[in-house]
Design a protein. Structure first.
Length: 232
């Protein structure tokens, strides 16, 4: 089955069958009135973050030489499609939810910020392939820090269910992960090499990891600010 077919099948899991729509609407209303509908939003966000973690893993395997660039590019594209499906669930749940842990706009903004992290990880893998570069060993440290940040952001998001007051502090933990420091160290070593075409191509690919770190920090800021806004 192709990617579109697989994505369609996953999306189908989130909707009631056509012949069950009236009862499906009643069930969704009951969930929303009970507050359970809010969990659909958290599920969607956690799904996005799991896809982002998987994209980190693909990029790490590429940097470690465990995957060739072409294969990594194909795999990360599928992961990014799965992340899009989870984001679609978030948007659809926002349209139905009567209550939520955070304001609707803040949920939407945070979901979009997580999507930006995933998209830039996909772009990193794509650029390694397009520019025909070999990641340096110190790029692994940058990617490991990005992965730690994504995991911390997942913990913060999961706290919406059982430790709402700790969301903002948990989100700031994700922001404090030293992605920029490890990126700067890797860039300094790269720029110390003789300047040639290979150096320029590797610099462009490495800069993408800095953008990933920036987007990750922005996502953490969005979640922390949204939690503070709601007084949690």
């Amino acid at each position: 089955m192709g990617a579109d077919g697989a994505r369609g099948r996953r999306r189908g899991d989130w909707r009631s069958p056509p012949d069950d729509r009236p009862r499906g609407r009643v069930r969704r209303l009951a969930r929303n009135l009970s507050g359970a509908g809010r969990d659909d939003l958290v599920d969607g966000l956690l799904g996005q973050l799991r896809a982002t973690e998987q994209a980190c893993d693909v990029a790490l395997r590429l940097a470690r030489g465990e995957l060739d660039a072409s294969t990594a590019r194909s795999v990360v594209a599928e992961v990014e499609h799965a992340g899009d499906d989870w984001r679609e669930q978030v948007v659809e749940s926002l349209a139905r939810a009567l209550t939520s842990y955070l304001d609707r706009e803040d949920f939407f903004t945070f979901s979009r910020a997580v999507d930006d992290v995933l998209d830039n990880l996909r772009d990193f893998v794509r650029e390694v392939d397009l520019y025909d570069v070999t990641p340096g060993e110190d790029w692994i440290a940058v990617l490991e820090q990005i992965r730690e940040g994504v995991l911390a952001l997942s913990d913060a998001t999961g706290s919406l269910r059982d430790d709402v007051r700790g969301v903002s502090l948990a989100a700031l933990t994700a922001k404090k992960v030293p992605v920029r420091l490890h990126y700067q160290l890797a860039m300094a070593r790269l720029l110390a090499e003789p300047l040639d075409d290979s150096t320029l191509r590797r610099r462009e690919a490495l800069r993408r990891l800095d953008i990933v770190g920036i987007r990750l920090s922005e996502a953490a800021d969005h979640l922390a600010a949204a939690a503070v806004k709601r007084g949690v």
